[in-house]
Design a protein around this ligand. Structure first.
Ligand code: NAI
Length: 674
């Protein structure tokens, strides 16, 4: 008797194998589910139905993939290879069944789920508004498809199409999957089952790749194509930091001529990757993301109407994002011109993201300019994003509290004013919570949920639920200067500017950060954010932290060289692109260049943890990865310290302190880590 699978034979003699993973909202191929699947196949093999259909009983989708929990902490490559070979054998038995097999796909069909579907002779996907999604997300976790998927997808689609999909982790709708031959047919929900029965009955020849695709399997064309793929991948990804896509290409290049060699190499290659620190850290990041999402669950709050006050750079974009995500939004500003600018930017966002005219129209209809602020009385959540001025914010909140629904969430997007100060004017200061977005709103996944000592935990929970409702990751932080992300990022940025003042070329500084694994160099980052904004955050933080504002920042702002937006900052820009001079071959950067920047960040992270700005080290890592892009393959600053040896890291910081002085003073929090 299976816990997760149930088998039924219908009147046509076709077997239906239902998957409904117990105790889990999504179907995952856990060890137990795989073992049971083996037993089910034993029985079905004996009964020889006319055909076998795999179907999921979960509303959300077919199968979300392998059970990633089972990947955590894997360090034995041989043992992992044996586990993978076991799954290969099982899926091969499914492929070899002497009757037609079919995967009936709705919703998510990811990773191992898609690989199981590929072991079937046919696949049918639901034709819907895009909720059906097929993809190989493995590369994002630092591995590549390991349940036979790298072999079968190439057999089915040809190397070019299959590799493109595996390398990009792109998600395909049913329709897009049909176009490339990944599924044989698409059908609307009501016809899905009948379509499956028809296909099993008709048994047409399965899809095969075109001659033009097949030809690339043969050498030397295979080698040539592989080289090309490698070149393209190297433009996007650093091989040392993220080896998985390169290993996938190499695996096909070496063994693409023989299926059996491909299976062997897949098991070996994936086992090696999965047990590496990169994959283990990326898997960790996956769970950190899940943890942040869980913080927004369980609140009895479904926001439908959000009222945003202040239609400037942030408020306008926050309003647009909320409308894009399906909320009704009223946007208030005291100046009509800001509202019309915000509406224009919103329209651009909707067009880019939604593409289809009726969807763009619907999103535009959800965003309502509200000069008089009438939305305050009806909204479920009110977000203030006016300029950074405490009196102006106080006046506004006094009025909001008097007019808002008694259970509406009252939030400020302030980046530096303590909530306690704003809340002094409120009758119920416990209602005020910070919802701190990052710029650009449409790109940055993180939102800091800021609480003061007065904020009620219920309000913070509801604010986190709001973040989740607009597809953002909530990170609870305390209302201390700079909260978490800006506070940690600023010393790193300032050190980069100090290096610049010392004469280190901007390009050398940026390159060092990229080599460490940051998504963008700090000098480019300062130019993108705006040097004026960096200066104002730095000045604000220097009031409470031991940071000195480098003179060059003030000079740039005086000269109105503010970065990309003015065409000149630390770099000069032509058509929005930095003109970077290449470094002379003889140039040698200081030995401690990277350490100087990174250790200021790490030291601040340790200080934040000691002060309790975030609840624990995991949430700190999550915040810094999703708020700054800190090298995900290193698993976050605290994980990086742990991985590199806390004592050795502290010693490196002490050396920097001796060489460069007080800004590297070792935070007392290091002692708690050892
Ligand atoms: P902004 O200057 O671009 O926009 C402010 C808007 O508020 C203007 O359109 C102004 O007309 C309007 N406004 C001012 N007083 C008002 C009132 N009493 N009633 C209605 N509208 C009023 O400012 P920005 O950059 O959008 O910042 C807004 C808030 O977001 C600030 O608290 C800032 O600290 C915070 N923030 C800014 C970030 C950034 O990168 N710019 C990032 C995260 C937070």
């Amino acid at each position: 008797m299976s816990k997760h699978w149930s088998y039924k034979l219908d009147d046509n003699g076709i077997g239906w194998l239902h998957f409904d993973h117990l105790d889990s909202s999504n179907n995952v191929l856990s060890n137990e589910a795989l073992e049971e699947l083996g037993n089910e196949i034993n029985e079905i093999e004996k009964s020889v139905p006319r055909g076998l259909i795999f179907i999921s009983d979960k509303k959300g989708g077919f199968i979300a993939g392998a059970d990633v929990k089972g990947f955590v902490g894997r360090s034995d490559a041989n043992e992992t290879e044996e586990y993978i070979k076991g799954v290969h054998t099982l899926f091969q038995r499914i492929e070899d069944l002497p009757f037609p097999t079919l995967a009936l796909i709705h919703g998510h069909c990811l990773g191992g789920g898609l690989e199981l579907a590929l072991a079937c002779r046919y696949r049918i996907a639901r034709d819907d508004d895009g909720t059906t999604r097929l993809s190989f997300p493995e590369v994002r976790l630092g591995i590549f498809p390991g349940f036979g998927g790298s072999v079968r997808s190439i057999e089915l689609l040809g190397p070019m199409v299959a590799m493109q999909n595996m390398l990009s982790s792109r998600a395909l709708t049913g329709r897009a999957a049909k176009k490339i031959g990944l599924v044989d047919q698409i059908a609307p929900e009501r016809q899905l089952k009948q379509a499956a029965v028809d296909l099993i009955t008709r048994q047409p020849a399965p899809h095969t790749p075109t001659f033009g695709q097949r030809i690339f399997k043969i050498n030397p064309l295979r080698s040539l194509l592989a080289q090309q793929m490698e070149k393209e991948t190297a433009k996007r990804v650093n091989r040392e930091h993220y080896p998985a896509p390169f290993k996938l290409i190499e695996h096909w290049k070496q063994h693409g001529g023989s299926k059996s060699a491909m299976y062997k190499s897949e098991a070996h290659g994936v086992a090696e990757l999965l047990t590496s620190s990169t994959a283990q850290n990326l898997i960790r990041v996956f769970f950190l993301q899940e943890r942040m999402k869980s913080l927004g669950k369980g609140a009895d709050f479904t926001p439908r109407h959000v009222h945003v006050i202040g239609g400037g750079a942030m408020g306008g974009d926050i309003a647009a994002w909320c409308a894009l995500r399906g909320l009704r939004v009223t946007l208030q500003d005291r100046e009509a011109q800001y509202l019309s600018n915000a509406m224009q930017r919103a329209y651009k966002l909707f067009s880019k993201k939604l593409k289809r005219p009726h969807l763009i129209q619907a999103a535009s209809d959800r965003l309502i300019p509200d000069h008089k602020g009438e939305g305050v009385e009806k909204a479920d959540i009110i977000i203030e994003a006016i300029f950074e001025n405490v009196e102006a914010k106080q006046t506004l909140f006094k009025d909001i509290e008097a007019r808002a629904k008694p259970d509406a969430v009252l939030a400020s997007n302030t980046s530096s004013i303590p909530l306690e100060q704003i809340a002094t004017v409120l009758k119920k200061p416990e209602r005020l919570v910070g919802i701190h977005f990052f710029n650009p709103v449409a790109k940055m996944q993180l939102i800091e949920i800021v609480t003061s000592s007065q904020t009620s935990p219920d309000e913070a929970h509801r604010a986190a639920a709001f973040a989740l409702a607009i597809n953002r990751l909530p990170l609870p932080v305390t209302s201390s200067p700079g909260f978490l992300v800006n506070r940690i990022l600023m010393p790193y940025l300032l050190e980069a500017v100090v290096l610049l003042e010392e004469g280190v070329p901007a390009a050398a500084i940026d390159q060092a950060a990229l080599r460490f694994g940051m998504p963008m160099g700090p000098i480019t980052l300062a130019d993108s954010v705006g040097i004026d904004i960096c200066l104002s955050v730095a000045q604000k933080l220097s009031e409470t932290m031991d940071v000195t504002v480098p003179a060059i920042l003030l000079k740039k702002v005086d000269d109105k060289n503010l970065g990309i937006k003015t065409g000149r900052g630390f770099y000069r820009y032509q058509k929005g692109k930095a003109v970077k001079e290449s470094l002379p071959d003889s140039y040698k950067s200081p030995d401690d260049l990277t350490d100087r920047m990174i250790f200021r960040l790490l030291n601040e992270a340790v200080a934040c943890l000691r002060e309790g700005v975030v609840e624990d080290a995991d949430l700190l890592d999550a915040g810094v990865i999703f708020g700054t892009g800190f090298a995900p393959f290193r698993g976050g600053p605290m994980q990086y310290i742990r991985d590199s040896g806390t004592t050795q890291m502290k010693q490196r910081l002490e050396r920097l302190n001796s060489a460069h002085g007080v800004r590297f003073k070792v935070d007392p929090g290091w002692d708690d880590l050892e």
